[in-house]
Design a protein around this ligand. Structure first.
Ligand SMILES: [Zn+2]
Length: 151
């Protein structure tokens, strides 16, 4: 099985900040590697799950908490007015369930609102945040999450 997310999950102890914004026993949070939008996060289960229906009750129980905690941290760090949350897991090699948690900035152009936000994902090398920029956003979010503590 060639799964990008499982490959990363196996490296949990050596991941850079951008791949380890947050983690608990069930979930890991990464900054999207090919996004042109700072703070585009991906929330992934620690084990391989290809459908939301396959999540355990324990995984499900913390899913909502993570979505809300990440949304609060994104609001504090990016100044977004709200967040978008989406899950498809359709791309080859990316069937592992992953929830996109995306800052919806106050000045987001009309033609990028709603599902069109995906125009910021899959960005080319020159358009996407480079690894250093991703690490910086990740570190700011992580600090915010640590400050906030459990809600
Ligand atoms: Zn996987």
């Amino acid at each position: 099985m060639d799964c990008y997310t499982c490959h990363r999950n196996r490296q949990i102890d050596t991941l850079p900040a951008r791949e380890l914004v947050a983690v608990d026993e069930h979930w890991r949070v990464a900054h999207a590697f090919d996004a042109a939008l700072p703070g585009w996060l991906v929330l992934v289960p620690r084990r391989h799950v290809a459908s939301i229906a396959e999540l355990t009750d324990a995984e499900a129980a913390s899913l909502g908490t993570w979505q809300v905690r990440l949304s609060r941290a994104l609001r504090a760090v990016t100044g977004c007015s709200k967040t978008y949350v989406m899950q498809f897991a359709e791309k080859e090699g990316f069937a592992h369930v992953h929830f996109h948690v995306v800052p919806r900035m106050p000045d987001l152009p009309d033609d990028r609102r709603g599902p069109a936000i995906f125009g910021y994902l899959g960005a080319s090398q020159g358009q996407r945040l480079d690894e250093l920029q991703q690490d910086e956003v990740a570190a700011a979010l992580r600090a915010r999450l640590d400050d906030a503590g459990p809600e």
